[in-house]
Design a protein. Structure first.
Length: 159
């Protein structure tokens, strides 16, 4: 009874093309919406650490001064939170899965020397501006304190 029930389906399948692809002999086909893996445009990264804080697996690390961003690809679950949180939109989900391997999957990306130099100059300018602002504030406070002090004539009049 059960053979008769499935026989038409089995016969139909004999004449249908296979539903699977012959990977790796044919290229893999990723369904729409497949998450793939994370890639970074490292020169656009500002080292804010938002991605690190949003990652539920603790697989990311960033070193702002060194201009590096690291990911352990075997720990990543491709949830995409880091992509959503990045304020510079320098993280993207790229089609294709992480290649399996026996070694640790940590990969570190480093900014280009040109970008590292630009960052250094920007930091120096920022530090100069901050120092100038502190100096101006101190000067203003000293002038205000001076104006509040009674003059010598006023002090003599009080006596
Ligand atoms: S995709 Fe998810 S698990 Fe992978 S690095 Fe980003 S936040 Fe972490
Ligand atoms: S959130 Fe984006 S800009 Fe910030 S450290 Fe991560 S990758 Fe860099």
């Amino acid at each position: 009874m059960s053979i008769l029930k499935y026989a038409p389906e089995a016969l139909k399948n004999l004449f249908k093309p296979p539903v699977t692809t012959k990977y790796p002999f044919e290229p893999a086909v990723y369904p729409e919406g497949a998450r793939g893996h994370i890639e970074i445009t490292i020169d656009d990264c500002i080292g804010c650490g938002m991605c690190v804080r949003s990652c539920p697996c603790g697989t990311l690390s960033v070193d702002k001064m060194a201009g590096t961003w690291s990911i352990d690809r075997f720990d990543c679950i491709a949830c995409g939170y880091c992509v959503e949180k990045c304020p510079k939109k320098c993280l993207t989900m790229v089609e294709g899965y992480q290649t399996p391997g026996a070694k640790e999957g940590k990969v570190t990306y480093t900014k280009s020397p040109e970008q590292l130099e630009k960052d250094r100059i920007a930091r120096e300018e920022q530090a100069k501006k901050a120092a100038a602002a502190r100096e101006a504030a101190a000067k203003k406070a000293a002038e205000a304190a001076k104006q509040q002090q009674p003059s010598g004539l006023e002090q003599a009049a009080k006596k």
